[in-house]
Design a protein around this ligand. Structure first.
Ligand code: FA5
Length: 344
């Protein structure tokens, strides 16, 4: 039995030396030290030995077991070291290799202009609010002083969904919705960016779906000079410090007085060119003092409160700012056009 034990030990250690990876090492352990290993079988046979030989053999058996355990642990540590070294070598990163270029997207010129405009008004203490694109006739027209038979309804040809529901033709219904939400509280200072829809023929300067940014300020003692000052600050921030604004009388049913607002033509700096049709000025928005009737209908006593409002088209402003000749370019998603705005 002793001889057998020695032979077993030799074979096990020899095979251990041949084991090349940690997975085969696990197999070795099962084969030479597991429940069904030759050592286990031998130990079960110990019962057949004489009482005198049994402890001696038991001791030998433990020595062999111990020797195999130690050899196993050493081999395991060695193999793990080798495998880790191999893994690290395979994962080596060459930090001197040039990087792969990640194609950069560009912010769409309309989004860019909206963000720029939002920045300017946030800086002046305005907050930004949102409103529904599917609107009621009531908010889009009636509460803006445009009853059903009012001729000025023709100024904005409308997509109706039902008799009462429509796609909003402008962001002005948000004037009323904001005042209703504020329930007579002042001051109100908001801008409302959003999509609007009109049955306009698409051409170089018109789209049937476009963007507007509404502005509304309501408080005690708001005057026309506040409107002009606000728009001047805005125009200088957006187009440069030498910019000026010019107010021309106009008509909107929901403001009184009403005005169209021009800035100095950014192409010729006011000298007169093809873009500004020789006038030196370009119109960028409509504005005015909130009509007393609109204030009263929205829960603000027009004897106590006053306000101004304006509505601008970011597409037209983007065209001016970036020299875009046709509004339709901004809706076609042609990469040759869009990629020009990386880094703008
Ligand atoms: C209005 O829509 C008024 N609600 C603006 C307003 C608000 C006046 C508050 C007074 C007080 P208007 O129809 O002019 O006004 O449109 C405003 C801006 O939207 C225009 O200056 C122009 O920049 C833009 N716009 C109008 N129609 C189109 C169109 N079809 N395509 C692209 N932009 C347009």
């Amino acid at each position: 039995m002793d001889v057998e034990l020695n032979g077993l030990r030799e074979t096990a250690l020899k095979r251990l030396g041949e084991v090349g990876d940690t997975r085969s090492l696990a197999d070795w352990r099962v084969e030479y030290m597991g429940k069904k290993s030759a050592i286990s079988t031998l130990s079960k046979q110990m019962g057949s030995l004489s009482a005198e030989d049994r402890p001696k053999f038991g001791q030998r058996m433990n020595e062999v077991r111990q020797a195999l355990e130690t050899a196993f642990a050493a081999r395991q540590a060695e193999l793990e070291r080798i495998e880790q070294a191999k893994r690290l070598a395979a994962e080596t990163i060459d930090v001197t290799l040039p990087g792969r270029r990640v194609p950069m997207g560009a912010i769409h010129p309309i989004s860019r202009v909206i963000r720029d405009i939002e920045e300017v008004f946030l800086g002046m203490g305005f907050s930004i609010v949102d409103g529904p694109e599917v609107e009621t006739d009531h908010y889009n027209f009636e509460l803006l002083n445009l009853p059903k038979d009012h001729p000025a309804r023709d100024m904005q040809d409308t997509f109706y969904l039902t008799e009462e529901l429509l796609l909003r033709t402008h962001t002005s219904p948000m004037q009323v919705r904001t005042m209703e939400r504020m329930r007579g509280e002042v001051p109100i200072k908001v801008i409302v960016p959003g999509r609007v829809y009109r049955r306009d023929e698409d051409d170089a300067t018109h789209s049937h779906a476009f963007t507007q940014i509404e502005g509304l300020v309501v408080d005690r003692g708001v005057r026309m000079s506040d409107l002009k000052g606000t728009l001047e600050t805005f125009a200088k921030a957006l187009f440069g410090p030498n910019q000026q604004v010019r107010l021309r009388p106009s008509y909107f049913p929901f403001t009184e007085p009403s005005t169209e607002v021009d800035v100095i033509c950014v192409h010729c700096q006011g000298d007169g060119c093809r873009v500004c049709k020789g006038t030196g000025w370009i119109e960028i928005l409509g504005a005015g003092m909130v009509h007393p009737r609109v204030l009263d209908m929205s829960g603000y006593d027009s004897q106590v409160y006053s306000g101004f409002a304006f509505g601008m088209g970011p597409e037209r402003i983007a065209m001016l700012k970036y020299g875009i000749s046709d509004i339709r370019l901004m809706y076609q998603n042609d990469l040759r056009f869009l990629s020009q705005f990386t880094g703008v």
